[in-house]
Design a protein around this ligand. Structure first.
Ligand code: F6R
Length: 242
């Protein structure tokens, strides 16, 4: 795993955006795996700026998001589809029909998950997957206990994750209890992976991921089985690790 430590969150976000921009310049038809949450917000702002400056285009790119809450429609303000439309897709030149986010209202969830996997494959696989990391070491919504062989599926969110994500909802009761998430095996099939972590709250998870046992108790530790992973940290997330 290549680790890049940046002086602050702005620099870490800029570095992450540059890695994605390089990918798009190298291969304009890239298939990007994208994440939601607080972590990538500034990275997406940087990508929007690079696009406005004429330095990158998403016109030929395709995207697949990691996850979506079960029970929320794409136009629910807290759905990950809305998040992506607002924070990135509506502000760059990506074709809406080439953006993919699991459907939280799918009537047949297993069939939808299989179709999502098939769609990733039929687009040639993910070239670059952007990840955040949960305090508990989750990647996407692969919570502790998720198997290395896991694929896109319906999962229960842990109480910890529900509590952390409650900040985006009016009350914790409104946070969905289930999600559809790409699996660990889905993520490990990406050609390149960039994991961004910001802030001291992520240090313990980063430490376990990089230096602990490779175990399903820390889903992010499975990234050590992949040769193309770059971890970008701000100084707070890296504090005391190196
Ligand atoms: C988001 C996702 C999650 C987040 C993680 C960190 O699509 O799959 O794994 O990356 O929960 O969330 P933030 O960035 O809000 O700290």
């Amino acid at each position: 795993i290549r680790v890049i430590v940046c002086e602050d969150s702005d620099a870490a976000s800029r570095t992450t955006a540059d890695l994605i921009a390089d990918q798009l310049r190298e291969r304009p038809q890239s298939v990007l795996g994208l994440a939601t949450g607080g972590t990538p917000l500034k990275t997406y702002e940087n990508l929007i700026e690079l696009h406005r400056d004429g330095q990158i285009s998403f016109a030929e790119a395709t995207s697949f998001n990691l996850d979506e809450y079960v029970g929320l429609s794409g136009d629910h303000p807290q759905s990950y589809r809305s998040f992506m439309n607002q924070t990135l897709f509506s502000k760059v030149d990506i074709a809406p029909e080439r953006t993919h986010v699991p459907d939280g209202l799918a009537s047949d969830v297993p069939a939808h998950c299989t179709a999502y996997e098939d769609s990733i494959q039929s687009h040639g696989g993910i070239d670059l997957q952007l990840l955040g990391i949960g305090h508990n070491g989750h990647i996407a919504f692969n919570e502790p206990g998720s198997s290395v062989d896991s694929r896109t599926r319906r999962v229960d969110l842990t109480d910890d994750t529900i509590e952390k994500n409650a900040r985006f909802f009016d009350s914790p009761d409104e946070v969905p209890r289930e999600a559809i998430t790409m699996g660990i095996a889905t993520i490990l099939q990406a050609k390149k992976i960039v994991l961004l972590a910001i802030g001291s709250g992520k240090t313990a998870a980063i430490k376990s991921m990089l230096f602990g046992e490779v175990t399903d108790e820390v889903p992010a530790s499975f990234l050590r089985q992949h040769v193309g992973v770059t971890v970008v940290l701000d100084a707070a997330a890296a504090d005391g690790l190196f």
